[in-house]
Design a protein around this ligand. Structure first.
Ligand SMILES: NC(=O)c1ccc[n+]([C@@H]2O[C@H](COP(=O)([O-])OP(=O)(O)OC[C@H]3O[C@@H](n4cnc5c(N)ncnc54)[C@H](O)[C@@H]3O)[C@@H](O)[C@H]2O)c1
Length: 269
């Protein structure tokens, strides 16, 4: 049966504390395939919600779930998270680096706020580096995988959102470097590049754009949908479907790739 190898495995997803987000959709999909789930996010903002979402996943899919306080920009928080994962599971099979944000937007590079630029890099890029490095000792020993949620913006320049796009490009390069370094250990590393996916983050961007263009978020959505060959913003589940494929043995010969799930917005040879 496809995806049967995921049953009983353990997956950690960062930035997964919002029910409307891509991280929770990935967690839901992996749980539906029998994976035990460590659901992590910033605790002060999302701790209570993480507990509720873990309860939902356990109830629906009869898997073990653990809510985890993990700020990907804080080394102390990452170190504590490693200890908690070790205490909960004998090993980690799937790491999904999903936490992300775009601070200081919209702004051109020459007017960008330095703190917002650095913080955006820290969450998206160094967060992926920091968590991967810390969790890898729990992943050696059998075939495991890392999935990095990058973005279409890491492949195709998005003006006035420079820090985010540059950080996501760096995530794609990190994915490829680690894929080469870890291949001989049986660890695959791939990136997922979503396009326009309707989450809280995307709604916030549409509202910002609506203010900028003096229109409504609904009008902006209509307008921006014209950029998408398939013609619409997708739901987070389309990203979760790709994540499940890349986490499973169905993709056993795929590593070091950055795969678009964007309705055809970026087409590469
Ligand atoms: N929605 C889209 O259209 C889209 C497109 C391309 C890429 N992405 C990427 O997908 C991922 C998920 O985004 P989303 O759209 O679900 O948005 P979201 O805002 O729902 O999810 C992002 C999550 O990251 C968490 N986060 C922020 N800073 C953190 C930190 N320091 N430590 C730990 N967690 C932190 C937030 O609390 C939030 O839960 C992000 O990496 C984003 O860049 C989204």
């Amino acid at each position: 049966m496809p995806y049967e190898d995921l049953k009983g495995k353990c997956a950690l997803i960062t930035g997964a504390g919002k029910e409307t987000g891509i991280g929770y959709a990935i967690a839901g999909k992996l749980a539906s395939l029998g994976c035990h789930i460590i659901l992590s996010d910033l605790w002060p903002e999302n701790g209570k919600e993480l507990g509720r979402l873990c309860g939902l996943l356990s109830q629906r899919h009869s898997v073990k779930t653990v809510p985890l306080d993990l700020d990907v920009t804080n080394q102390g928080s990452v170190d504590k998270a490693v200890e908690k994962v070790k205490a909960a599971f004998p090993r980690l099979d799937v790491l999904v680096n999903n936490a992300g944000a775009a601070l200081g937007v919209p702004s051109a590079v020459h007017t960008y706020n330095d703190d917002a630029w650095l913080k955006t890099f820290d969450i998206n890029f160094h967060g992926t580096y920091r968590v991967s490095k810390a969790m890898l000792p729990l992943m050696f020993g059998s075939s495991t995988c890392i999935l990095n949620v990058a973005s279409k913006a890491g492949k195709s320049p998005l003006p006035f959102n420079g820090a985010y796009g540059c950080a996501k490009s760096a995530v794609i390069t990190l994915t490829k470097v680690m894929a080469k370094e870890l291949a001989s250990f049986g660890i695959r590393v791939n990136a997922i590049c979503p396009g326009l996916i309707m989450t809280g983050l995307q709604r916030w961007r549409l509202e910002l754009e609506a203010q900028w263009f003096e229109t409504t978020p609904e009008e902006r959505e209509k307008e921006r949908s014209k950029e998408i060959p398939l013609g619409y913003f997708a739901q987070p589940e389309v990203v979760a479907d790709l994540a499940a494929f890349l986490a499973s043995g169905e993709s056993s010969y795929i590593t070091g790739q950055a795969i678009n799930v964007d309705g055809g917005q970026v087409m590469e040879l």
